[in-house]
Design a protein around this ligand. Structure first.
Ligand SMILES: Nc1ncnc2c1ncn2[C@@H]1O[C@H](COP(=O)(O)OP(=O)(O)OP(=O)(O)O)[C@@H](O)[C@H]1O
Length: 337
């Protein structure tokens, strides 16, 4: 059963508690590894399974106190990279350090105690209650039994503490998995697809908990397939494809680097469409098409203000204007395809 170890003892990540998270400070879309205040450093890491290059030369820094997203298609190498960062799978080449300690090295056991892990598929025992499950994990990790009830409380399972896991819904199981990752008050959390099976309310609560943890100085790395879900929530992210990091930075920096066009929607009555189309003819637009309720335009980002100013001339004919920034999905497909 995959597990996170945490608990008492030497804690090379302990200084994280006292420091502010740098937040979404990055301005470069692709940042060189070796930047400031890294809790996790990944250098030239590879993992080959026979001919499969699951991870193929990754350099990455995870900064102290940040919420870092790792996204990519199925098979991009995210879980393999996670497992190597946790010391669960040995790297074929390269080096990973957590709190300055080499993963898999002599001092790693102590560093590992400050790390929590929510695996993609948490294995739980149906016959145990939620609380018994956490006691089981706490014993495995050397965490205090007194941590168990607060961890259940934190993930919203206090009421279900004495119910058997077999009666838990998929979302409750996922939350129980999250609770086990929190045992021992880890300073660094790896969360592999943590919102699988959660309904929208539970997803909102989950991210609220992550924000609390970040305010406490905890560093978090999470993977997700739901790009819309993480785009406003992570401080920085890496887009992985074919075992490599294709892009790294804040969502905004990646958007700017991709130079994706802006989408502008005009609400126009059907009888006015032809006249509005004619009036748009002289504007520097990349595309004009029909959409429900009006017209959809595309323009270069740097022409946004000029185009919007020109559109105000159409005030009598256009009843509303909506500008849509490229989504993380648009950015993702630009880098990952
Ligand atoms: N134990 C293994 N033996 C052989 N190949 C493996 C093993 N683990 C992963 N792979 C291969 O390595 C590649 C990367 O897999 P990985 O699970 O890291 O991707 P992922 O990005 O986490 O995908 P997903 O989003 O589907 O979980 C895939 O081609 C996968 O088949």
């Amino acid at each position: 059963m995959p597990n996170a170890s945490s608990g008492a003892g030497a804690d090379p990540l302990a200084t994280a508690a006292a420091e502010q998270h740098p937040g979404a400070q990055a301005t470069e879309a692709t940042e060189a590894a070796g930047t400031t205040d890294a809790v996790v450093t990944v250098r030239g890491v590879r993992k080959h399974y026979g001919a499969v290059h699951a991870v193929d030369g990754v350099d990455l820094d995870i900064r102290r106190g940040e919420l870092f997203g790792l996204i990519g298609h199925n098979g991009a190498g995210k879980s393999t990279l996670f497992k190597m960062m946790l010391g669960l799978v040995p790297a074929s080449a390269g080096e990973i350090r957590i709190g300055g300690v080499a993963v898999g090295g002599r001092d790693f056991r102590a560093a590992r105690r400050a790390v929590g892990y929510l695996p993609e598929n948490v294995v739980l025992y149906d016959n145990l209650t939620g609380l018994e499950t956490l006691h089981f994990f706490a014993r495995l990790k050397g965490a205090a039994a007194a941590d168990c009830a607060p961890a259940l409380e934190r993930v919203g399972l206090a009421q279900a503490a004495r119910r058997r896991v077999r009666e838990y819904s998929k979302g409750m199981r996922q939350r129980l998995g999250f609770a086990q990752a929190l045992l021992g008050k880890p300073r660094l959390l790896f969360l592999d697809e943590p919102t699988t099976g959660l309904d929208p309310e539970a997803i909102r609560d989950f991210y609220a908990t992550l924000r609390e943890l970040r305010a406490e100085g905890v560093t978090m790395v999470l993977t997700s397939h739901i790009l819309a879900e993480i785009q406003e929530r992570v401080d920085r992210l890496a887009i992985m494809a074919a075992g490599k990091v294709q892009a790294l930075g804040t969502v905004q920096a990646l958007r700017e680097r991709m130079d994706l066009p802006l989408n502008i929607e005009l609400r126009v009555a059907a009888v006015e469409i032809a006249a509005v189309r004619a009036a748009l003819a002289g504007l520097p637009l990349l595309a004009v098409g029909d959409c429900e309720g009006g017209l959809a335009l595309q323009c270069r980002r740097e022409l946004k203000m000029a185009v919007l100013e020109a559109l105000t001339m159409l005030a009598g004919r256009v009843s509303d204007i909506r500008v849509r920034e490229p989504s993380l999905e648009d950015v993702f497909f630009g880098f990952a395809d």
